[in-house]
Design a protein. Sequence first.
Length: 338
Amino acid sequence: MKKIIFLTNYKNIIPQRSNEIEGLKLNIVSDVLKAEGFHCEEMTINEFVLQLNEQENIDGVYFFYTSSQYPIYKSYILDILLQIKLRGGILIPELRHFISHENKNFQELEKVRLGIKSPYGIPFGTYEEGLEALSNTSYPVVLKRATGFRSRNVKLANNTEEGKQILSKLLERNLKFNRDSLYYLYRRLKNKKHYPKRFGKIIIQEFLPNLTHDWKILVFGNCCIGGKRFVKKNDFRASGSKLYSLEQDPPDSVLSFALRNKQILECPNISMDISENQGDIQLLEYQTMHFSLLAWKSIHYFEFEDGSWKKKLITNELEYYMGLGINEHIKNLENNSI
């Protein structure tokens, strides 16, 4: 019998929103997988670590696991996930998707690696590298920090001077004046010219003009759910606008683009921000875990059957469809390993 462990956080939940107080209804996901022959267990990360100290055998065990909005706690989770891989456990989704959560820098690199159509973006890590990138770009240009949601830390620069000001705000000073840093203060000041002015993870990205909306599309297995988000007045961002519409169904081209990229990224479930302008469709951002199950209530989903997209009524909680996505993903992993 196949075994899957739901690895939860300090509150014994797998959060699925920007805060960490609401979790997935794991009993629904578990019921779906049990019907497919899985043995399901649930435990916190701390409980799991105690089992590791007892040399628990996890070779071939699947793990559907938590992430976190808190960088230091997420770093702690990463340590545990690496141990799971080293001991033969199978992460669902795989480790690169955990790294991409709240990490637009890694997402940009993944989109390029996989050939996913997206606005051209340049990740960089220091103020000086950012200045060089700004000197070789055309304006306007979007600058965004690697972390953040609802368009926080996403800015538009219309010229180099604005770009410099945004860089200074989004990047962190390389020397913070605290108790620990005072010990190194003299050495750092003496060699100041050898250090970058500021550090961070920033993306300079191509600006897409004349966008009036984008599409928020969730894909659970082969089922797509989504709606239209309109750009805020006197702004260039649809994310965080809270201007949602379910009156218009996503075009077939957007649904097909979403499903194809979910397959390219090889994940069970995914949330995507997709731009669409006069037939030009591009992936802006994505999350394969810890994404909100929509800020509005949709009553329909779309499934590709017999060569076309079919609109169907949602008859279960969304966790049910997530469970189907996990099961399908594991079947694909097993088929590819044969």
